[in-house]
Design a protein. Structure first.
Length: 260
């Protein structure tokens, strides 16, 4: 007798999400700060799903927040908002009107009670009665995603011209030729440039604060580690300008140090 083949499967769902915590209802201020931080890094987010976290807002903020405006703003910066986190009935109803799910019921009441070393928290829905299909949904809320198991390092051997963009997703980037002004190199891990670095270099693009930038000749237009950046509007320190140098974060500040 021929075995019947099932047409579907039901499996656990494990979703890494970016939590965008709203601390002010001033949409113009939010837009200004986002532009200030991300205008020079248009590919910082690459379509990652996001939860708009409203749990930090006060009750008097009801009606003052333009939730649709927040959703449209995040979408413009290549985030994909699909849910909100809020216990407030007003925001829940407003979120439904613009196509956002409300996921507070699926998350722990005290997310920081979980292991912070992984930056995640999760919970399971109750198991359905035996007469129904068992349904277990697992949702992870990622505050800051730091890669651990990195893929092989990307190696570039040719010079990068103005307008070219290279992104080593999930790992390190090694460049053996010049990065000209107007070019942009980005990596979720470290960036090594064994030639003059004159364009933009963005390391730790997904939040890895341990990432570093190394170059044999620092003349960059912009350098960034995990979102903390410095542009050519502020002159590079004389001791590293045109020298071999490394750049890293120390107490949330960019440190530029000459390599001996």
């Amino acid at each position: 007798m021929r075995q019947k083949i099932s047409t579907f499967e039901i499996k656990n769902l494990d979703l890494p999400l970016i939590s965008f915590v709203i601390k002010s209802v001033d949409l113009s201020l939010l837009k200004s700060e986002l532009h200030q931080k991300l205008a020079d890094m248009p590919d910082f987010f690459s379509g990652e799903p996001a939860v708009i976290d409203l749990s930090g807002l006060n009750a008097q903020d009801h009606g003052a927040l333009d939730l649709k405006g927040v959703k449209d703003l995040l979408t413009a910066y290549r985030l994909q908002p699909w849910a909100i986190k809020s216990q407030d009935a007003h925001f829940k109803e407003l979120g439904q009107q613009i196509g956002l799910l409300e996921i507070s019921a699926f998350l722990p009441a005290h997310p920081h009670a979980s292991k912070e070393t992984k930056g995640t928290s999760k919970t399971d829905l109750p198991i359905a009665p035996p007469t129904q299909v068992e349904r277990v949904v697992e949702i992870k809320e990622v505050i800051k995603e730091i890669p651990t198991d990195k893929p092989p390092t990307m190696v570039i051997t040719k010079p990068l011209r103005s307008g070219q963009h290279i992104y080593a997703r999930g790992g390190d980037l090694v460049i053996l030729a010049m990065v000209n002004a107007g070019a942009e190199v980005m990596a979720d891990g470290n960036i090594h440039v064994y030639a003059p670095l004159r364009g933009k270099a963005i390391a730790g693009a997904k939040g890895d604060v341990t990432a570093r930038i190394f170059t044999s000749c620092l003349e960059a237009e912009l350098v960034s580690i995990a979102g903390t950046y410095r542009t050519s509007d502020t002159a590079l320190p004389k001791e590293v300008l045109g020298q071999s140098a490394q750049i890293y974060l120390e107490e949330d500040k960019l440190v530029m140090r000459k390599l001996d």
